[in-house]
Design a protein around this ligand. Structure first.
Ligand SMILES: Cc1cc2nc3c(=O)[nH]c(=O)nc-3n(C[C@H](O)[C@H](O)[C@H](O)COP(=O)(O)OP(=O)(O)OC[C@H]3O[C@@H](n4cnc5c(N)ncnc54)[C@H](O)[C@@H]3O)c2cc1C
Length: 266
C-alpha cells in the first residue's frame, strides 16, 4: 500500500480545493474498511478531513470471458465503453461522458436515459471486514441511485449484447451530445439531489425557485441545469455547501419538498 497526500483537485471531478490522505490499495489484505473508498470522485464532496482508500491500477482491467466481461473495480467507465465499442458489445453507452469508475457506478447504481447499470450486472466481488465475497445477481438489490453492496467493489461481471460497431458509436455520440446540451461535463459532480419523483426533477424545482446562475464565491448553480453546481477549477467546499443548503431551503419553503442529496458529502 502506498500512502500519499493528494490535492483534491486531482481526485474530484468538481476540482475541489485542499488535500486528502489517500491509501492506494495494491493488496486487498491491506484494505482498512473503516476508511471510505473512492472511485473517480465524480459524485463526492469532501467536507471533513479523512484518509480515503483508492484501488490501485491493479484493479483496472477488462477481460472478456464468453458472454461475460470481467471488470476490475477501479476501471474507468470511459475505458469500458471503449473496450465495448472495439469488441462490438452494447452495454454502458448511456454512461458515456461520466468520469466515474465501475466501482462507484455500481455502488451508486448510476443511470441515465432510461437505463441503470444494474440492468447489466451479473455478479459483484466485494471485500468488507470479512473475507472476499462474490455476490450473484440474485443477491444484489438495486434501487434509484442505491445498492445493497456493503463493501469495497473489487470486480464486476457485466453482461453485454452483441451489436454493430456503428450503432454503438452512434449511441455514444448521441448521449454525449445530449449531456452537453442539457448540463455540464466539466467542473461538476453531476446531480446534486435525487429527483423527488421520476416525474418531478429536482432541477425543475430549483429552477422555479429562480436559483439558476446563483453564484457563491467559487461555485455556481448551473445556468443550464438547476440540479448541477459548477466550480471555477479550484472550488471551495463551503461555497458548494452554501448553494446546496440554499437550494434545499428554497425548495422546502416554496414546495414543501425536502430534497435529498445524491452527491456523497464526506
Ligand atoms: C459530468 C457528470 C455527469 C454525471 N451524470 C450522471 C448520470 O447521468 N447518472 C448518474 O447516475 N450519475 C451521474 N454522475 C454522477 C457520478 O458519475 C456517478 O454517481 C458515479 O457512479 C460515481 O462514480 P465514481 O467512481 O466517480 O464514484 P465516487 O464519486 O468516487 O464515489 C461515489 C460513491 O461510490 C462509492 N465507491 C466508489 N468506488 C467504490 C468501490 N470500488 N467500492 C465501493 N464503493 C465505492 C464511494 O464510497 C461513494 O460513496 C455524473 C457526474 C458527472 C461529473
Amino acid at each position: 500500500m502506498i500512502t500519499k497526500t493528494v490535492p483534491l483537485k486531482y481526485l474530484t471531478s468538481i476540482h475541489q480545493k485542499g488535500v486528502v490522505t489517500v491509501n492506494y490499495i495494491e493488496d486487498i489484505n491491506e484494505l482498512n474498511t473503516d476508511n471510505i473508498t473512492i472511485g473517480g470522485g465524480s459524485n463526492i464532496l469532501f467536507k471533513n478531513t479523512h484518509t480515503v482508500n483508492k484501488l490501485s491500477n491493479r484493479f483496472n482491467y477488462i477481460k472478456k470471458e464468453g458472454p461475460i466481461v470481467r471488470v476490475g473495480g477501479a476501471t474507468p467507465i470511459k475505458s469500458i465503453i471503449k473496450f465495448m465499442l472495439n469488441n462490438s458489445l452494447s452495454c454502458l453507452e448511456f454512461l458515456a461522458g461520466i468520469p466515474a469508475t465501475i466501482g462507484g457506478a455500481v455502488f451508486m447504481n448510476a443511470g441515465a436515459f432510461g437505463y441503470e447499470i444494474a440492468d447489466f450486472i451479473e455478479y459483484v466481488t466485494i471485500k468488507n471486514s470479512g473475507s472476499e465475497t462474490l455476490l450473484e445477481k440474485s443477491q444484489l438489490n438495486f434501487n434509484y441511485r442505491t445498492s445493497n453492496v456493503n463493501g469495497v467493489i473489487l470486480e464486476v461481471g457485466l453482461r453485454c449484447k452483441e451489436s454493430k460497431r456503428t450503432e454503438i458509436a452512434k449511441k455514444i455520440a448521441e448521449y454525449i451530445t445530449e449531456r452537453k446540451r442539457k448540463a455540464h461535463i466539466k467542473d461538476t459532480f453531476g446531480s446534486v439531489f435525487k429527483n423527488p419523483r421520476s416525474d418531478l426533477p429536482a432541477g425543475k424545482l430549483i429552477d422555479e425557485c429562480g436559483l439558476k446562475g446563483r453564484v457563491k464565491g467559487t461555485a455556481m448553480i448551473s445556468p443550464k441545469h438547476g440540479n448541477f453546481i459548477v466550480g471555477n477549477g479550484s472550488v471551495d467546499v463551503d461555497d458548494v455547501l452554501f448553494l446546496i443548503d440554499l437550494a434545499k431551503n428554497e425548495v422546502l419553503k416554496r414546495f414543501s419538498i425536502e430534497l435529498e442529496e445524491e452527491v456523497k458529502i464526506i
